[in-house]
Design a protein around this ligand. Sequence first.
Ligand code: PSU
Ligand code: MN
Length: 300
Amino acid sequence: MTIDISDEVQAALDARKPLVALETTIVSHGMPWPQNLDTALEVEEIVRDGGAVPAAIAVLDGRIRVGLDRASLEQLAHSKETLKLSRADLAYGVSSGKPGATTVAATMIVAARAGIRVFATGGIGGVHRGAEESFDISADLGELARTGVIVVAAGAKALLDIPKTLEVLETMGVPVVCHGTDAFPAFWSRDSGLRAPIRLDDAAAIAAFADARDALALGGGMLVANPVPAADEIPAEEMATHIEAAHRDSVADGITGKAVTPYLLNAILERTDGRSLVTNIALVKNNARLATEIAIALAA
Ligand code: PSU
Ligand code: MN
């Protein structure tokens, strides 16, 4: 086996304690230094304070690692060489021995192997704008369809094509549960203008729904869309101009493949003078809180 589980995570698994998986692409490619490391450490603290055990996932020295110490998180946060690993190249991270951070898709794969049912992140990948030309659809969507992990995210970024993203999720049979809202959230903004496919108002209801899916052996995961707190949101109208501009730049610069999402996140960070990052950090922490509550409800 190439999966190394930390002592803390293994002890929690053995004792059937609640666990929350965490991705690391958000650390290596999603946020700048040093906010990326600070946020990763604070998110772990939020999970612990809430009564669960955090399990950050990455590939280091040819081993898949579940449960990372500070030095490992720091390495991922600092290194320009860190690979962004999804389903297609997770095993390349292992065979090459290069350090790799895991996307939502790859984190789901590893979490499921380790027996962790809940995972907190910022936003999922989805159908990109212009996908009818570029065919750029994140592997995160296919993974949600096949791997049984509950992913808590602040919806999908408005720099994606949100209507198409929701259509693909529905086609693939992935439940989209909006937490405490009738509107599907758009990452930095609370309302994408699209309706919640399913609304549930607390962790207990979400856990009961997940258990009902398991009882039916439906397979696959689910997306829990948790809106950013109102105090931290940037309204959709305001984001729209920045997103348009960032998207135009990415096309003009010929950005393709896995470079697209990190490019857009950075372009928007610059265009909002860093405000998008403040919002991003707030929503990740908010998702860690809800994921912890869901993990506890599932363990009860
Ligand atoms: N959204 C963010 N920050 C991120 C990502 C998404 O706000 O860092 C990362 C996640 O790891 C997600 C990945 O799984 O980007 C999606 O990349 P792609 O679109 O290339 O599949
Ligand atoms: Mn892509």
